[in-house]
Design a binder for this molecule. Structure first.
Ligand code: AMP
Ligand code: MG
Length: 426
């Protein structure tokens, strides 16, 4: 499975992704910690959250109107006696005990439907005169009522471990009284930028130097995926210094190296990693941008591995992401993200794609699966998408204007305007 480092293994996108998913299924999340409900947003749940009682705990009216016996309204209009009014949150002793034949009670959204009533008629279909109300239409039993326990039974699992906590999940936890949640600790992800031409953001670049931007796009992507970025100093294109920094990076839970993985004379990352005994799963994927992407692992053992919470036995995975800024962003999304998500404790999920109509024709060469920055626009159901004009995979400015990538299969040379294309949001 893992290959000798010297050999180049270039896989299709699907095979490369499949290999990452296979390895990701073997890693363990780190320890857990308990955090306040709001601090748990975006974190990965490490416990099951159960319903502490039936939801809803009583048959709940979904409308403002009248609680009725549906049989009384078989032949509308019907005039009923109003025996009371039920507000949401009213104490039981203030509510009418039961609705008998020919009777009704006013009821508000969120209030319990009284015994005897089996439906709620919206106030719009009623005409009230003192203690009598005329209802002008029929209802079916159960209309506008959520039965007790219909959303969840007491003790049933509402949220499971491995779930990333979004707004709805946090609301659900709140609704069952969880003011604290047990979540997985965030994995540390080392980011190592390489290249003699790269300088730090604060530096004034010389005429042929460029500022480090990849560490920052990666840091954002890592945080967004639930990890904690650890930015290492920039590595020069020199084996010894590079090795020292790679060793430092392998102390984190995952290592991302950017740049230095192409076929140039000073692309030393693979060489240094293989000298360190790394295994490589692939050294390229038939994609654009990002073809030279590398995925491998170093076995656990003595330094650089540190015994962090039972982690000494787990191998450290690394990715070599091509240095062109758009390649770095795309290959993180396609390959590094599933591994990072596994380390965060998230349950595995497949990449999801949308479809939209292409606004103007695309012509490309065949042979690579392409993920090209694009803009999805249009109102309501009329979405359309077009490529941003760009100068290739170094063009960060074009990518900053894009809100998605259009995916072009490797066998397509020309895609006509109006055709449906697959997209990945960014
Ligand atoms: P490489 O993959 O090292 O051959 O780099 C490919 C291109 O990406 C070159 O033009 C590099 O200057 C550029 N590049 C590499 N690393 C970075 C970085 N950290 N930030 C911005 N551009 C980079
Ligand atoms: Mg380089």
């Amino acid at each position: 499975m893992a290959v000798a480092p010297a050999r180049s293994v270039v896989l299709s996108f699907e095979d490369a992704r499949g290999l990452v998913e296979e390895q990701a299924a073997r890693v363990h999340p780190l320890g857990t910690e308990s955090v306040d409900l709001l601090a748990a947003a975006g974190r990965v749940l490490a416990e099951s959250v159960l319903a502490d009682r039936d939801i809803p705990p009583f048959p709940r009216s979904t409308r403002d109107g009248y609680a009725v016996r549906s049989a009384d309204l078989a032949r509308p209009p019907a005039t009923l006696d109003v025996i009371g009014e039920i507000k949401a949150g009213e104490k039981p002793n203030k509510r009418p005990p039961a609705i008998g034949p020919g009777q009704t009670a006013g009821i508000m959204t969120g209030a319990p439907v009284p015994v005897g009533a089996d439906a709620v008629v919206m106030v719009e279909y009623s005409a009230r005169e003192e203690n009598r109300v005329e209802i002008t239409r029929t209802v079916v039993a159960g209309e506008n009522v959520v039965p007790r326990g219909a959303e969840a039974r007491q003790g049933s699992v509402l949220l499971d471990r491995g779930q990333r906590l979004n707004d709805a999940a946090i609301a659900l936890a709140a609704s069952v009284g969880k003011s604290q949640l047990r979540v997985y600790k965030r994995p540390k992800v080392a980011v190592l930028t390489t290249g003699d031409e790269i300088v730090e953001v604060g530096a004034t670049p010389g005429p042929t130097q460029i500022r480090n931007s990849n560490s920052y796009s990666l840091a954002v992507q890592i945080q967004e995926a639930g990890g904690e970025p650890v930015l290492l100093p920039i590595a020069p294109d020199e084996p010894q210094a590079l090795r020292r920094l790679i060793e430092q990076g392998l102390k984190s839970d995952l290592l991302l190296v950017t740049g230095g993985v192409s076929l140039g004379r000073y692309d030393l990352v693979e060489q240094v990693l293989s000298e360190m005994g790394a295994e490589f799963f692939f050294t390229g994927a038939k994609i654009q941008p990002g073809r030279p992407v590398v995925f491998g692992r170093c076995s656990a053992g003595p330094p650089p591995f540190e015994n962090r919470e039972g982690w000494a036995t787990q191998p450290r995975y690394f990715f070599g992401l091509p240095g062109n800024p758009v390649s770095t962003m795309v290959t993180f999304e396609l390959f590094a993200r599933p591994m990072l998500e596994a380390l965060t404790g998230q349950s595995p999920r497949k990449l999801t794609f949308l479809q939209a109509r292409l606004k103007s024709e695309i012509r490309v060469k065949t042979g690579l699966k392409r993920f090209l920055p694009a803009i999805l626009s249009g109102e309501f159901e009329r979405a359309e998408v077009e490529l941003v004009k760009w100068q290739g995979s170094g063009d960060i400015a074009a990518t900053a204007r894009a809100n998605c990538y259009i995916i072009i299969p490797p066998d397509r040379e020309c895609i006509a305007a109006g055709e449906w294309v697959a997209l990945m949001m960014r």
